[in-house]
Design a protein around this ligand. Structure first.
Ligand SMILES: [Zn+2]
Length: 396
């Protein structure tokens, strides 16, 4: 039973609305509200049912039961609402259609990791500039970019510091680092000198270097000794000679030492030779987890053991990584690697309105490593909806 004061109040509000006579549509304060999802935003330690409101392309509220209208509403009941996913090792710059395909998988930010060197980075940069979402690139220290098969560093003359610096200088808006692929099928005996040149190219610009490791000619500790804070090791769980584990399966102490001084370890799923289950299991049991996940994606990835970024993320549930940490590796941790992504990987008020909605299904899911090894997990994240700058991306 309402008391008299409440009745008066209601009558007053109704009267004010009548007097104002504002059409309801004009009153909608938000462009988009994502309602009732389980918001998992590790950047602020949030895991709970909330609404997310976006206006002017930016997050404006993350609260329970947001009042008010929106031009568009997404019902995310039963789904996970996460910051837009950021994939720091892709080859999305190789083709115009790459970035849009990634968007379908929930990837609202990507880095092309070394597809292009000094001779061909300009095409990669053009794709990045034309992409619907933020795209950045690492310039390969080999002027030819990735040469596969064959390898771009067997001829050391291709690792030309002056040319790489020129490529960075003319693409400062896109190039955020230097890539060196050091595995023996790419660099062989030239690995250490190629890495020195990559550092020399990056140094005047203050940029990080990402190294691709696996089946290396030189011991990994020799690479790690040449890495500075903020540099990235991708394909961290590559098995075979001169990897992270010794012959007895023990983690080399230099790996954890490198992490302690700020070297970043990236998963880098890929297709061949980049990880096997045994190495992941042994390393994670000794405490070496990825800082970031990445797919090493290309336009063919759907048909490989990558499938999509949420599938790659899901592989770590099997090793006991909690959901919030899985999301962190694909959002806030990735955003911290490159300053271009500083305001991303979060649903903080004021951040760009990039949101990935995922379905976490329970069941029996088969996952593959790079050696046709299968493991069965009980959970798999599936891409559901992608929101870019406050707009829902149309499903393909
Ligand atoms: Zn790659």
């Amino acid at each position: 039973m309402m008391n008299r004061r409440q009745l008066v109040g209601l009558a007053g509000a109704a009267g004010a609305a009548l007097l104002a006579g504002v059409p309801k549509a004009l009153a909608a304060p938000f462009d988009l509200i994502i309602r009732n999802g389980r918001v998992v935003d590790p950047s602020v330690g949030l895991d709970g049912v909330r609404d997310v409101a976006i206006a002017g392309g930016r997050i404006v509220a993350v609260e329970a039961n947001i009042a008010g209208d929106a031009a568009e509403t997404i019902d995310a009941r039963g789904k996970i609402v996460a910051p837009g996913l950021i994939d720091i090792h892709t080859h999305a710059g190789r083709s115009k259609e790459g970035p849009s395909l990634l968007l379908q998988d929930g990837v609202t930010g990507w880095v092309d990791a070394g597809s292009g060197g000094a001779d061909n980075i300009d095409q990669i940069a053009a794709v990045a500039r034309g992409a619907p979402q933020i795209g950045r690139a690492l310039v390969n220290i080999s002027r030819k970019g990735v040469v596969s098969p064959g390898g771009e560093l067997h001829d050391l003359n291709l690792a030309n510091v002056a040319l790489a610096q020129g490529a960075i200088a003319r693409n400062r808006d896109v190039v955020v680092g230097v890539k060196a692929r050091l595995s023996d099928n790419v660099a062989d005996v030239n690995d250490l000198e190629a890495l020195r040149r990559a550092q020399e190219a990056a140094s005047p610009f203050g940029l990080p270097v990402m190294i691709h490791v696996g089946q290396n000619y030189s011991p990994l500790r020799a690479y790690l000794a040449l890495l500075k804070r903020g540099d990235i090791v991708t394909h961290m769980y590559a098995p075979g000679k001169n990897g992270i584990l010794d012959d007895k399966g023990i983690l080399h102490p230099e790996v954890m030492a490198a992490r302690r001084r700020g070297v970043i370890f990236d998963f880098g799923n890929g297709v061949a030779d980049h990880f096997d289950w045994d190495t992941v299991e042994k390393a994670t049991k000794q405490g070496l987890w990825p800082d970031t996940f990445s797919t090493d994606w290309n336009t063919q990835s759907k048909t490989t053991n990558v499938v999509d970024f949420p599938n790659v993320m899901s592989k770590f549930f099997m090793f006991g990584m909690p959901l919030a940490q899985v999301i962190a590796c694909a959002t806030v941790n990735a955003a911290r690697v490159f300053p271009s992504f500083d305001d991303r990987g979060t649903l903080n008020v004021g951040a760009p309105g990039d949101v990935t909605i995922l379905e976490l299904r329970e069941g029996s899911f088969e996952f593959l490593d790079n050696y046709k090894g299968t493991r069965t997990g009980g959970q798999r994240l599936f891409p559901s909806e992608t929101v870019l700058a406050g707009r829902q991306v149309k499903r393909a």
